[in-house]
Design a protein around this ligand. Structure first.
Ligand code: PMP
Length: 393
């Protein structure tokens, strides 16, 4: 952790009480609270005062293609991508930034922008299973005439327009992915929420038509609800902007200012501004590595589960070789158990069943992004679960 120690948490509604060893632990949601300790130790370096008269107008940049995007945030977003090397985001190269209330809003905006209007049927939206469970919810919620959920991209064989969402590294299983449908008539949205050097080696600079990122997984500030899209086509960027305009007349400026400040601080520290402590990415990668080591150890002790294997690659950002350390564990129960979610629930561990991701319920997704004390209880509990292997009698 950074050396500067913070004032202790004051125990208000902003911070959760520590769980005791017998309580139910919830690893269903990917709430990135594990990074709170890092940011607390940063003291006031990311604090920001917004006076009563500031950030009042709806407008941020009336001449820009995304009129509600604050120039400060735009600058920080382009800077962090330049520094990390994970995505092509330069204005000079014609890349537009659209900000959203979380990247969840931008999934909606991208679908709205990409669906052709001249089709008799709603456009199919697909994603290779196991897929992030929220896509299906987003697509089905309003029963739109523009698009319909068609599930697993591997099974999509219709000769009609479609949109494929490619999540890489993938939520829930951490795999590195490419589109699977690869037919004309298709458009691809890349959800790169986890393409940051604390989760996976940065092997190349992504440069796709639409790329989605989120502040939630980059720095852990999910509560600010900031996401952004990098878009090549000006018209698509304009349609996405229109969507956010109609749904919410823009995005909180208070949150944008905070995101700009924090992303800027991460960049400053990566460029040596703070010699006393680790930069955010090095710190977060070390933590993720430690968690995965503990998890592998627990799985080994239990002998009842298995985990996917991840490739080791060279990271252009850190200059090191390392394995992907996904934000979630995609855990499979051994063959005797058909419903892994129920098994874990009986041991007071709440997980999300594989069936929610279009996969087998022998799998579950468990968040590894929670607070340290919760994570430690989880691995301890997991290591003691023994699935009886009968001898067939
Ligand atoms: N895409 C993926 C793959 C995610 O895992 C998440 C968050 N769980 C999101 C998008 C949405 O993030 P946000 O908090 O920005 O809405």
């Amino acid at each position: 952790l950074p050396s500067r120690r913070p004032a202790a948490s004051n125990g208000t509604a902003r911070s959760a009480p520590s769980p005791d060893t017998s309580s139910v632990i919830n690893l269903d949601q990917g709430d990135p609270t594990m990074y709170e300790a890092y940011w607390r130790a940063m003291g006031d370096r990311c604090s920001l005062t917004i006076s009563g008269s500031e950030a009042m107008s709806y407008l941020s940049n009336p001449k820009g293609p995304c009129w509600f995007l604050l120039p400060e945030l735009e600058k920080s977003i382009r800077r962090i991508h330049r520094l990390v090397g994970n995505a092509a985001a330069e204005a000079e190269d014609g890349r537009y930034i659209v900000v959203g209330t979380g990247s969840t809003q931008l999934v909606n905006a991208a679908l709205y922008a990409l669906c052709p209007r001249d089709q008799p049927e709603p456009t199919s939206v697909v994603c290779a299973a196991p897929y992030y469970s929220c896509y299906q919810e987003v697509v089905e919620l309003l029963q739109s005439k523009l698009y319909k959920w068609q599930g697993d991209a591997h099974k999509f064989n219709k000769d009609e327009p479609f949109i494929e969402i490619v999540t890489t590294p993938n939520n829930p299983d951490g795999s590195i992915r490419e589109p699977v449908v690869n037919r004309p008539n298709g458009k691809v949205v890349y959800d790169l929420a986890y393409y940051w050097p604390h989760f996976t080696p940065i092997t190349h600079q992504a440069d796709y038509d639409i790329m989605l990122f989120t502040f939630s997984k980059c720095s852990g500030h999910a509560g600010s609800r900031i996401g952004w899209a990098i878009v090549k086509d000006k018209e698509v960027a304009a349609k996405m902007t229109k969507f956010v305009e109609v749904i919410s007349i823009g995005v909180s400026k208070d949150s944008q200012l905070r995101a700009a400040k924090i992303l800027g601080t991460i960049c400053d520290d990566c460029q040596g501004a703070n010699t006393k402590s680790e930069n955010f990415f090095d710190h977060a990668r070390r933590l993720m590595t430690e968690r995965w080591e503990k998890l592998h150890e627990a799985v080994k002790r239990s002998e009842s589960f298995s985990l996917p294997k991840y490739p080791k690659n060279y990271c252009r950002f850190s200059g090191e070789f390392f394995e992907t350390h996904p934000a979630f564990a995609w855990l499979k129960c051994n063959d005797r158990v058909k419903d892994c979610e129920s098994l874990l629930k009986a041991h007071k561990i709440l997980a999300r069943s594989g069936s929610r991701f279009g996969a087998d319920p022998a799998y579950v997704r468990l968040s590894l992004l929670g607070r340290e004390e919760v994570f430690n209880i989880f691995v301890e509990r997991l290591s003691t679960i023994k699935i009886e292997i009968s001898n067939g009698n």
